[in-house]
Structure formats: C-alpha cells, structure tokens
Write a protein that binds this ligand. Sequence first.
Ligand code: PDD
Length: 289
Amino acid sequence: MEFALLNGSIIERSEAKVDVEDRGYQFGDGVYEVIRIYNGKMFTATDHLKRFFKSAESIGISIPFTILQLKEMLQELLIKNNLETGNIYMQVTRGTAPRNHLFPTENVVPTLVAYTIKGVRPLDSLKSGVKAILTEDIRWLRCDIKSLNLLGNLLAKQKASEQGCFEAVQHRGQDVTEGSSSNIFIVKDGTVITHESNHLILKGITRDVILDLCTKNNIPVQERTFTLTEIESAEEAFLSSTTAEVMPVIEIDGKKINSGIPGPLTRKLQNLFKLEIEKQCGVLVDNFL
Ligand code: PDD
C-alpha cells in the first residue's frame, strides 16, 4: 500500500484528495519542491526544505510546521513507502476557499501534500549526454520562486520533446537563463559558467552543490549571464537538477558540442557529484563512471 502526507497526517495515497476550490488547483497559488532519494535517504534535504519555506513565504503562505517537523514527517513517509530510489514531491497551496483572485481573508489553512515517486537514476543519459533546443524564455519575472505555475516551462519542455530533445534551454533575447526544469552551465576557456542567481532563474540546489564542488576543487567558476553566441561556441555544456544530476549536453539546436561527447570537466563534476551523494546517502550501486 502507498501512503501520502496530507496536512500533517500520513494516510493512504488513494485517500489523499483536495477540494475543487483548492487555490493550487484553480490558480496555481502555491509552491513545490522535489527531493531526491538514494539508498532510502534524502539528498540535500535541508537545503530543499529551506527553499520550500522561502518560496512559500515569498508569496505569503505560512507553512504550519517547522523545517525539522516536516523533515521528520517526510522521513516517516519514506519508510512507510519503503522507497529506495526515487523522489519525494511536495507542494503547499494557500488552501481551499470560494474562488476569488484575492487572498482569502478568513482563517483558511494551507494545503500541504507530499508523496513519493519511484525512479532510477537516468544512467544512459548521464553516460552519453542529451540534446537540447534553444527557445525564448516566455515565463514571468519571479523564476526564483518555485511556483506551481509551470505553464511556460511545460510549453518549452514539450517543444524540446517534439524535436527529439531532452531539454529546452531558455533565453531572454541574447541572454541564456535556464532549462525548462534545470539550470544550464557552459565551460569556456576551462571556466565553468552559469547564470547568476536572481529573479530570472531558480537557484537550483544541484547548481549550488556544483558551484561548491568547483570552489573546493580549484575549478574556475563564474556566476554571470552568458549569451547565445557563447553557448554556441562552448567547449562543454551541462544541465543540473535534482533528477538529472550533472547531465552532459552534447548538441544544442542541432550543433554538436565537444564533437558530440560529454566533456572532461563535465565528467569530473559528475564524479565529484557522485562522491557528494555517497557522502550523504551511502555507496551508489547503479553507477556509470
Ligand atoms: N526542477 N530550474 C528550474 C526551472 C527547475 O524546475 C529546476 C528543478 C531547476 C533545478 O533545481 P534543483 O537543482 O534544485 O532541482 C532549475 C525540478 C526537478 C522539477 O520541477 O521537477
């Protein structure tokens, strides 16, 4: 039997239901988070939970638990669902109230839901790399909030998929921002470059781990906006996300990067990232390096 967390109680997954007037359902009025599970353990859980609380706070939703309380409930959920490899998905919405664009004024409590999803690491793609397209970033200007409103992201991802690609790398005019569900890095003259963290991108937890690994291992790194011209002439490129880890990009808009194979610095970062996972979650048996 599968279980889900609904407003602080662990119940049968099939019993976890929300009202048709839940503001998440009607307006996308909420935020979410995804935590990766390796060997039954949460990777970078506290960072994800901090971002979850920060995203909620930035839209005026107050989560009625502490980070520690929520972490303990998620831990219990993991054990009940016996999840070894996969993800925990969670979201919080402003709650259920008669449909009105204005925030509800009476005592409406947020709806908090979490459940688990089984899923192995994308080993084949991590090994061979993936293709991406470039597409104009049509999203709103608070991409730093992990909002449930993902329509811009979905349209971009779907477009990529229809062209046989894994990801859509978005840009505002000449400036590259991020993938539809990932951050993007390039390597230029041996320096790792990714967009600075501001309102135009989500400050990825994986991105943060990678930046930290670069600093600790004396790999030159820059957080700055880069252009379409720079990505076209990049020595290497890779994506980062909770589910995609350090994912090599070997082709963008039909043009090969590093002759179509994952670059040496990308491989090095994949290896360092794997060691980081193992530090927190134990040895990974399914590996490709
Ligand atoms: N997406 N940028 C966007 C737009 C994202 O949706 C994500 C993650 C990231 C990477 O963030 P992180 O490293 O913290 O996962 C960047 C998740 C995985 C998702 O929507 O499923």
